[in-house]
Design a protein around this ligand. Structure first.
Ligand SMILES: *Cc1c(COP(=O)(O)O)cnc(C)c1O
Length: 375
């Protein structure tokens, strides 16, 4: 038995949905793309959605649509996957790292304030593990300084912030459908927005910067005619993937309910242990639990990690502070140090968390953690 830290849950109905798409007229750019977009938009409470080939493409497209470019700075968290910051680099702009709140592990609004300069154009808050960031404070800062907010919600499909679904709050919000995330399309991503202008820019960027909208073209030459008016990419997603995504979305409530149950069982098991810090519960928020991250307070983290791995438990560490990566160190981040991020990173372990994890498997994980972390 091997228990990974995260994995997909594919059933017969998902397989049928994919088979149907394969037998249909469209393998890509067909009706299932819009159907999937509509379904997720309705679920999160957004007006528009653009599905793309992966979550990183979603972030890149959002940065492009926001007009982020050379000379701009974008503030994000160091405790995230490299994609959040890389998407800023793709646009020729500079990621600026603001330290986390040591309780929530999310970007600290006070630290965002400290990092604002006349060049700051946007903020990319990351809802780490599915716990919503302090969006009221972040939106207040954005309003004050005229900044765009792009929420990296790769962890937070189905999470709520003060009664609002993540995906309905900021100018843009991005999701990922990688197999370890809440629902999967194999690879896939989506950008949510309420603004028509952003929506149109996202659509164009997804397909080479090409438009067929005559109001945006400088000439007209017939029904076949299109114009490339900017430099975009091929970031399209297939109908086959969207068929899987739609089928998965129909089970999202079950998936999230199960993740919340698992989190509650871990909390219960570790609450009384001095050697473990369990995740913080932010008031008024509903975490959707992409990850379950503990801090190992007294034991050597390496020892606990290796011990669990040896017992066939696929633990992980999320995340290595992005600015410590050699690529960042070699490109102007040699002197950066966010102390809360580094301290948390040194103690973090992500335990198995996915809807298909059974009580029996989880009990084994709990037992092994307890054996390795002295009470
Ligand atoms: C998964 C993830 C991404 C990237 O998504 P992909 O679909 O793998 O490209 C971006 N940000 C965060 C925080 C993620 O967890």
């Amino acid at each position: 038995m091997y228990i990974p830290y995260g994995r997909q849950w594919i059933e017969e109905d998902d397989i049928q949905a994919v088979a149907q798409a394969l037998k249909s007229d469209y393998l890509t750019t067909g009706p299932r793309v819009e159907e999937f977009e509509r379904y997720v938009a309705d679920y999160v409470g957004a007006k528009y959605a653009v599905a793309v080939s992966n979550g990183t493409a979603a972030l890149h497209a959002a940065c492009y649509a926001a007009g982020i470019g050379e000379g701009d700075e974008v503030i994000t968290s160091p405790i995230t996957f490299v994609a959040s910051a890389n998407s800023v680099l793709y646009c020729g702009a500079k990621p600026v790292f603001a330290d986390i709140d040591p309780n929530t592990y999310n970007i600290d609004p006070a630290e965002i304030r400290n990092k604002i300069t006349p060049r700051t154009k946007a903020i990319i808050p990351v809802h780490f593990t599915g716990q919503p960031c302090d969006m009221d404070k972040i939106r207040e800062i954005a309003l004050e300084h005229n900044l765009i907010v792009i929420e990296d919600a790769a962890h937070a499909l189905g999470a709520d912030y003060k009664g609002k679904r993540i995906g309905s709050i900021s100018e843009m919000t991005t999701f990922s459908f990688h197999p370890v995330k809440h629902i999967t399309t194999g690879e896939g991503g989506m950008i949510m927005t309420d603004q028509k202008e952003l929506y149109e820019r996202l659509l164009m960027f997804r397909s080479h910067g090409i438009t067929r909208d005559s109001s945006k073209m400088t000439a007209h030459d017939g029904a076949w005619y299109y114009q490339q008016i900017d430099l975009g990419f091929n970031y399209r997603i297939t109908d086959v993937q969207c068929a899987l995504g739609l089928s998965q979305m129909k089970k999202i409530d079950l998936f999230i309910r199960r993740r919340r149950e698992i989190a509650a069982r871990y909390n219960e098991a570790f609450r009384q242990m001095d050697g473990i810090k369990i995740p913080f519960q932010a008031e008024g928020c509903h975490n959707s639990w992409h990850l379950y991250v503990i801090q190992v307070l007294n034991e050597d983290r390496q020892k606990v990690f290796d011990g669990l791995t040896k017992r066939n438990i696929g633990v992980n560490v999320h995340y290595i502070p992005v600015y410590t990566q050699p690529y960042y160190r070699n490109n102007g981040y040699a002197d950066i140090m966010c102390s809360h991020s580094e301290r948390a990173y040194a103690r973090f372990i992500s335990l198995p968390m996915y809807a298909k994890l059974t009580d029996h498997e989880q009990d084994y994980v709990i037992e092994q953690v307890k054996l390795l972390v002295q009470e």
